[in-house]
Design a protein around this ligand. Structure first.
Ligand code: HEM
Length: 450
């Protein structure tokens, strides 16, 4: 029987407490709420109000199979300042459908595979300065690789002055969007030029000015000389009625692809590398798979390695980097037996879905082998969300994980990690390790990584 879902009365104190707990340890917060209140359960978020959350496969089925016009994205989305109001992530209805169609085209299989060698090359370049026996910060290396790859794919950026300026501007914008701005909407206002919001808007405006210059450059270009980066394709792309994207739309979509495409992949790579180094059996199985292909396996080889693929999937299962997939109902909708009205918000907690029993055996254990013997459906394993809003860059992100991780482990040896897993905290738009992860490069064969 379907009960009518009664959302709790909005309370700003409760919302701040929930947001702080969610940011502190995302996985622990959802697990504790589910254990205490059952499934589904209500949480409250600042600026969003009550949200009905579930981690059950039925919830995934209901959310992803519902007609697309059942939902819109949540209002007051905390990532809007980073992405802009024209971002596909924030659009709804027909406009969302049309924009997704235009933006999805550059991510088709053949085009994406063309980026494979660049992904491997940028990984080797990031590793080259790390000498045997020296320690390095895993996040920093993976962030450099992920940012380089996305700037190359979206903007065609090279290692020249233009590329360096853009890289600097985007990194500053991302660093300035500190977690406090993400979870406390009241902080998103100017404080006479000296507050965190002022620092963020200054960095954001600088990167937007560079993006506008890139768009102007492409609009002025002879079509025969146009590059094949994603922005060049979007500048020329036409809706079904023949119209083009405006400059404002292009700026917001370019920053959406850059932000959504690199923070996610970087965090996923950090988790995957960390668990591989912390689990001797995983490291041994991956080394055995990579060994026959030498220290510089090609993109085509890496695309086919099954254990490497299993490591990527297990990492996205155990710590899904986007831990919550939210929607706002604009029509009546039944969610886990509760009748929701238009205006009520729901979310799927993938941290819970990916540990739901009996679908997942030994759900809290790192075990890539499970992906070698079993197939998991889209309502059980959903690291890229699902339905009409499923991640546009899913194939690109999954492919990049293989390329970078394979190149990273084929090119050098590393000391195993003995420390327990760090806390999972919400920083930026993803759930990553709360503390930095230091890795020591071992006494590797003297491979020239350049
Ligand atoms: C491991 C890497 C990645 C993960 C785990 C990830 C995860 C996600 C998730 C969970 C969503 C929300 C889906 C939903 O609401 O159902 C999403 C949306 C999105 N992602 Fe990704 N993503 C990754 C990489 C990328 C890349 C590489 C790009 C582009 C270059 C990208 C672009 C987007 C966009 C544009 C959306 C919004 C789609 C829409 O609202 O229609 N993502 N992603």
């Amino acid at each position: 029987m379907t009960e009518v879902a009664k959302s709790p009365r909005a309370s700003s104190r409760r919302a701040l407490l929930d947001a702080a707990s969610l940011a502190w340890d995302t996985e622990a917060f959802f697990a504790a709420r589910q254990a205490e209140l059952g499934d589904p359960f209500w949480i409250e978020l600042p600026g969003l109000g009550p949200v009905l959350v579930s981690g059950h496969p039925d919830a995934a089925r209901e959310l992803f199979s519902a007609p697309p016009d059942t939902f819109v994205p949540l209002p007051n989305n905390p990532v809007e300042p980073l992405l802009g109001s024209h971002s596909v992530l924030l659009l709804s209805g027909e406009r969302h459908k049309k924009e997704r169609k235009l933006m999805g085209a550059p991510f088709n299989g053949d085009r994406m595979r063309a980026y494979g060698e660049i992904m491997c090359e940028r990984t080797r370049a990031a590793m080259a300065p790390i000498l045997p026996h020296s320690a390095f910060d895993l996040q920093k290396v993976m962030q450099q690789v992920a940012l380089e790859v996305i700037l190359h794919a979206v903007l065609g950026m090279r290692a020249d002055d233009r590329g360096r300026a853009m890289r600097q501007a985007i990194s500053s914008m991302l660093a300035a969007y500190v977690p406090a701005l993400l979870v406390v909407p009241a902080l998103r206002r100017g404080m006479f030029g000296a507050g965190p919001w002022d620092r963020f808007t200054k960095a954001r405006d600088a990167s937007m000015a560079l993006l506008r210059a890139e768009i102007r450059h492409r609009r002025d270009q002879d079509p025969d000389d146009a590059g094949d980066d994603i922005l060049s394709l979007l500048v020329r792309a036409r809706y079904d009625d023949g119209s083009l994207l405006t400059d404002d739309e292009l700026v917001d979509e370019a920053r959406t692809l850059i932000v959504a495409g690199h923070d996610t992949t970087m965090t996923a790579l950090v988790w995957a590398a960390r668990y591989t180094l912390a689990t001797p059996s995983t490291l041994a199985a991956l080394s055995a798979e990579l060994m026959p292909h030498g220290p510089r396996p090609s993109a085509a080889v890496l695309a086919d390695l099954t254990y490497l693929g299993a490591i990527c999937n297990e990492s996205l299962r155990l710590h899904p980097v986007v831990p919550i997939v939210p929607r706002l109902a604009v029509k009546a909708f039944s969610f886990r037996g509760q009748a929701l009205e238009a205006g009520q918000a729901v979310a799927l907690a993938t941290t819970l879905l990916h540990r739901h029993e009996p679908e997942w055996a030994e759900p809290h254990t790192w075990k890539p082998e499970r992906f070698l013997t079993e197939k998991f459906g889209p309502f059980v394993f959903a690291p890229f969300g699902g339905g009409a809003r499923r991640c546009i860059g899913a194939a690109f992100g999954a492919y990049q994980m293989r390329m970078v991780l394979g190149t990273f482990f084929a090119g050098a040896h590393y000391e195993p990690i003995a420390e327990p897993p760090p806390r999972r905290t919400l920083g930026g738009i993803t759930m990553g390790p709360a503390t930095s992860i230091t890795v020591i490069r071992g006494r590797s064969p003297q491979v020239d990584l350049r």
